[in-house]
Design a protein around this ligand. Structure first.
Ligand SMILES: Cc1cc2nc3c(=O)[nH]c(=O)nc-3n(C[C@H](O)[C@H](O)[C@H](O)COP(=O)(O)OP(=O)(O)OC[C@H]3O[C@@H](n4cnc5c(N)ncnc54)[C@H](O)[C@@H]3O)c2cc1C
Length: 404
């Protein structure tokens, strides 16, 4: 049966926000997700100024602000001396954005806000526990096959398919789109605790701690009850098995090294990740488009994966709207690729790699040179602002808008 609708694989932040932007333009959307519920594993929390501006255009920002924590500052420290060698203040972005701050909100809550808003649209349907297993893009419709946990397969058709199905995207693979890049040797360990780093040592809500052996980060998030919770990220440089790395002993050894005063804190969550830097060789093939992690993945330092993915989704939703209303032809989807793919390399990949290199610099003099450079950047008003324009992805958004 022909459905003149957009099919979205994946109901993570990018799929859900894209679905909302399409629905608000009167476009019917069918969305599939493998999972019964949105996973609550600790992943994205930082929503940048550029994203808050975008989310305002679809009415989501008030709820994000109501549930999230405003993070006006972020800090870089040197572990050995605990010196704050650079601090950045998003207030310097006043006049460039309506939201001169970042907001800390767990990504599953952002998904819930979008999905709650989607309930108002009768032409939107989300099928949970439906894994997209195949996509046929060879005719003037796209055909998608889904499978439910009992093995039932079902066919669906639509005008376009958007792959928002994460880094291992079935949609991307189904189209033979390459995903070149690399995987970092070390894994990343994320730990959540109730220890109050602000009270203990004046941490901001977003902090990076540089060290040649054991860099780490400290972030505050609202937590399940909104009362506040802290996250630490540590690199795992050995190849110890997961049960060792996720043990209390291993984690407490990291606290001993980085934050000895917090070593006896209760660990409320732990998760081990393999980290990649990859960008798909194309974000579009015929009627199939990719957005979010299915199109690009990067390390979490700088908090850019979800933010750039949301910008992909909203860019694409606007273009699909134009084609749907007859205001543009489908060649506009090539512009989506031109606007988003090269800039994912230029901004998201480059900055996330550079952030990691700054934190982990091994050679002492090279490390100090990097810290000094960052200190000078923070101290110089023009450089300070330029740094924030890049790290909040405002520059990326403006450069994308200028691409024909
Ligand atoms: C520790 C950590 C911290 C991070 N912090 C930040 C941050 O602060 N800021 C930031 O911007 N980014 C951050 N990121 C990155 C961010 O989590 C991702 O970029 C974001 O989740 C991408 O969203 P997405 O919707 O594209 O993909 P996902 O969130 O991966 O969602 C994909 C969805 O597709 C579903 N799915 C998968 N396969 C199928 C299929 N075959 N059929 C149907 N459904 C399918 C999945 O169940 C899932 O719901 C962080 C990541 C990590 C690991």
């Amino acid at each position: 049966m022909l459905h003149d609708r957009v099919i979205i694989a994946g109901a993570g932040p990018v799929g859900s926000i894209t679905a909302l932007a399409l629905s608000q333009q009167g476009i019917p959307v069918t969305q599939f997700d493998t999972e019964r519920e949105t996973p609550t594993a600790h992943r994205a929390a930082t929503t940048h100024s550029s994203t808050l501006d975008l989310l305002d255009s679809i009415g989501m920002t008030p709820a994000v602000l109501a549930q999230g924590l405003k993070a006006q500052f972020f800090q870089y420290r040197y572990r050995e001396t605990n010196e704050v060698f650079a601090e950045f203040d998003f207030a310097r972005l006043a006049g460039e954005t309506n939201h001169p701050y970042a907001v800390q909100l767990e990504q599953h809550k952002t998904v819930a806000i979008a999905q709650d808003m989607l309930r108002a649209f009768p032409d939107f349907v989300l099928h949970r526990e439906h894994r997209v297993t195949a996509v046929d893009n060879s005719t003037d419709q796209v055909r998608v096959v889904t499978e439910t946990p009992d093995g039932t397969q079902r066919d669906w058709t639509g005008r376009y398919v958007i792959g928002c199905d994460g880094g291992r995207s079935t949609v991307r693979k189904s189209q033979g789109i390459e995903f070149p890049g690399f995987t970092w040797e070390e894994r990343f360990m994320i730990v959540a605790t109730l220890f109050d780093f602000e009270k203990a040592d004046n941490y901001r809500y977003r902090n990076y701690i540089a060290d040649p052996e054991q860099w780490c980060s400290v972030f505050k998030i609202p937590g399940p009850d909104g009362a506040g919770m802290w996250r630490n990220l540590f690199p795992v440089t050995d190849d110890a098995p997961e049960e060792v790395v996720t043990s209390d002993d291993w984690i407490r050894a990291r606290y001993d090294y980085c934050f000895p005063y917090a070593r006896s804190t209760a660990i409320v969550h732990r998760n081990l990740y393999t980290v990649h830097q990859r960008v798909a060789s194309s974000f579009r093939k015929g009627r199939v488009m990719l957005a979010g992690d299915s199109a690009h993945i990067n390390n979490p330092l700088g908090g850019m994966g979800m933010n750039s993915g949301i910008a992909d989704g909203l860019n694409l939703a606007e273009k699909i709207g134009k084609v749907w209303r007859g205001e543009a032809d489908e060649s506009i989807f090539d512009r989506y690729d031109r606007q988003r793919r090269p800039l994912a390399q230029k901004y998201v990949q480059a900055q996330s790699i550079q952030n990691k290199e700054t934190l982990q610099a091994k050679d002492k003099s090279a490390a100090h040179a990097r810290f000094e450079e960052l200190r000078r950047t923070a101290e110089d008003p023009a450089k300070h602002k330029a740094f924030l324009m890049n790290s909040s992805l405002i520059s990326m958004a403006r450069e994308a808008a200028a691409i024909a």
